[in-house]
Design a protein around this ligand. Structure first.
Ligand SMILES: Cc1cc2nc3c(=O)[nH]c(=O)nc-3n(C[C@H](O)[C@H](O)[C@H](O)COP(=O)(O)OP(=O)(O)OC[C@H]3O[C@@H](n4cnc5c(N)ncnc54)[C@H](O)[C@@H]3O)c2cc1C
Ligand code: SF4
Length: 487
């Protein structure tokens, strides 16, 4: 155990963000020098608040099963090398989760029953950021090759985790990605102010040095077909994400100025990194309405602030969940409560219990939305009489989620079975209905989180390794579709 009285004597502290008026003028991460450095001066005391409880519920809260009490104790003792080793034992990319995870471990922390939880996520990111600073993160190439080949399609967190595990196990792995650079949503969805792309670039570099090959700009299912891929490789991993976007087909949908978040954000990310984008969709001097209250909506908000929007409003059809845990979601579950992300601190209004009836326009461009208030009656939304109103908007962004992987092309060609939600069906070892074709991440689970994608990539790699060699020593943190304690 770290400090036996730490959780009594030391209050919880989290990394402080840069002042809003400073950070909205640039695209850099909102923490000074990154979140890992921001808390470094007091990280040992914060890690010392961990009680090393007999049953560490944080383990079950974390989809990766991160060994949280172990690395808290090691950080408290300032044994950073060993802490890094324990962290990497369960998580290939702690710099992604330490920045972007909603931290279901913290809502499951035992200290959190009647005090403030241990700041687990900040400790995680401090260990890995310090390790990168100290040049302790090195390539780990395999000692010998098995002679087996694997194609991973998709280079988001699921594809990267699967590829790294399989390469290190000695298989020859090629990652196919249709974008010009690898990273999936880590690169073109998530804005710089949440995670700078150097974090992705240096992991790709590490993976290349270990032997993973990246083939970017290849839409598998196009010139390279699913059948060709299956013929050329001993196994295939589909990590193609959940990319079919939910739409809002109400009157006026055809007007200009109405876009999907994933049209807006990738362009902004490219420009933030110095690229030129023709006819970029921008929020500058516009009244922006974001439809959808989740992470994607918050990313649109933070991006619109930095582009100089006149006003920003985020609409949510559900009621405001409030700040207290509902009785139906007790500790140690991850409760649906009102949360304030860094973008929400910066600007914008959040409006709950509203639905969009119509988009209004002038000269073919959107100029406003007709909204109506709604209430939940017996599980169904009902309009509130007399509550209609019009709000101005010259830019509308849809952040309403995704309905599953794209079927045309690769999925159809391979003929893999889908489940009732339209995701690729898999067995307990992450294999689809087609022999040798595996599935990991949002493509199988449905739209989810980075931490789940990494956990699935690791688990699918174990399935592939066993398929190719008859047995495996690779860890498999979770069975498919497990949802313990979490969102
Ligand atoms: C804007 C946004 C913000 C988010 N923020 C967070 C957050 O803060 N925290 C969090 O935990 N989660 C967040 N998420 C969710 C998280 O990003 C996803 O759950 C995660 O990236 C899923 O990983 P994946 O590897 O399964 O798929 P993806 O990251 O979607 O990667 C799939 C990759 O496959 C490629 N691909 C697809 N089809 C083909 C093909 N036929 N040929 C070649 N390549 C192909 C795609 O181009 C893509 O690069 C966010 C999602 C969005 C959209
Ligand atoms: S990956 Fe997420 S749930 Fe797991 S320890 Fe890190 S912050 Fe917590």
């Amino acid at each position: 155990m770290a400090d036996p009285r730490g959780f009594i004597t030391t209050p919880r502290q989290v990394a402080e963000r840069r002042p809003v008026e400073e950070r909205v003028n640039d695209w850099n991460e909102v923490y000074p020098g990154g979140p890992g450095r921001a808390l470094l001066p007091i990280i040992t005391e914060q890690a010392g608040r961990c009680m090393d409880c007999g049953i560490p519920f944080c383990h079950s809260g974390c989809p990766l099963g991160n060994l949280i009490p172990e690395w808290n104790d090691l950080v408290w003792r300032e044994d950073w090398d060993e802490a890094l080793d324990r962290l990497h034992a369960t998580n290939n990319f702690p710099e992604f989760t330490g920045r972007l995870c909603p931290a279901p471990c913290e809502t499951a922390c035992v200290v959190g029953i009647n005090r403030d939880a241990v700041t687990i996520k900040n400790v995680e990111v401090s260990i890995i950021d310090k390790a990168w600073d100290d040049r302790q993160v090195r390539p780990e190439p395999p000692e010998w090759l098995t002679g087996k080949t694997v194609a991973v399609v998709g280079s988001g967190p699921a594809g990267l985790a699967a590829a790294q595990q399989l390469t290190r196990a000695g298989h020859t792995v090629a990652v196919y990605e249709r974008d010009d650079k690898p990273g999936g949503l880590l690169r073109y969805g998530i804005p710089e102010f949440k995670m700078e792309k150097i974090q992705v670039d240096r992991r790709i570099d590490q993976m290349q040095r270990e032997g993973t090959v990246f083939r970017t700009g290849v839409q598998v299912g196009d010139t390279l077909t699913g059948h060709q891929l299956r013929d050329r490789y001993d196994a295939v991993v589909l990590a193609i994400g959940s990319t079919v976007r939910r739409d809002l087909p109400v009157p006026g949908r055809e007007l200009g100025g109405i876009h999907q978040a994933m049209e807006f954000l990738p362009q902004a990310n490219r420009v933030a990194l110095g690229e030129e984008v023709q006819d970029q969709i921008v929020a500058t001097d516009k009244d922006v309405i974001i439809i959808g209250g989740g992470d994607t909506g918050a990313d649109c908000l933070g991006t619109s602030v930095r582009q100089g929007a006149r006003s920003i409003t985020q609409l949510e059809i559900l009621p405001n969940p409030g700040t207290d845990r509902p009785d139906t979601q007790p500790w140690p579950t991850y409760p649906m409560i009102y949360r304030v992300s860094s973008a929400h601190e910066e600007a914008g209004d959040r409006v709950y219990s509203v639905s969009t009836k119509e988009f209004l326009g002038e000269d073919g461009q959107v100029s406003g939305l007709r909204l109506v208030e709604v209430e939940l009656v017996d599980g169904k939304f009902q309009e509130v009489d007399g509550s209609e109103r019009v709000v101005p908007a010259q830019l509308v962004l849809f952040a309403m989620g995704f309905t599953g992987p794209e079927k045309e092309g690769l999925v159809d060609q391979l003929g893999v079975e889908l489940d009732e939600r339209g995701n690729v069906k898999r067995d307990k070892k992450y294999m689809s209905s087609v022999d040798g074709v595996f599935v990991a991440g949002d493509a199988g689970r449905g739209q989810s989180l980075i931490v789940w994608a990494i956990a699935e990539g690791r688990s699918a790699a174990a399935g592939v390794d066993a398929f190719l060699t008859g047995s495996t020593n690779l860890p498999a943190p979770i069975p498919p579709n497990a949802r313990p304690l979490t969102v």
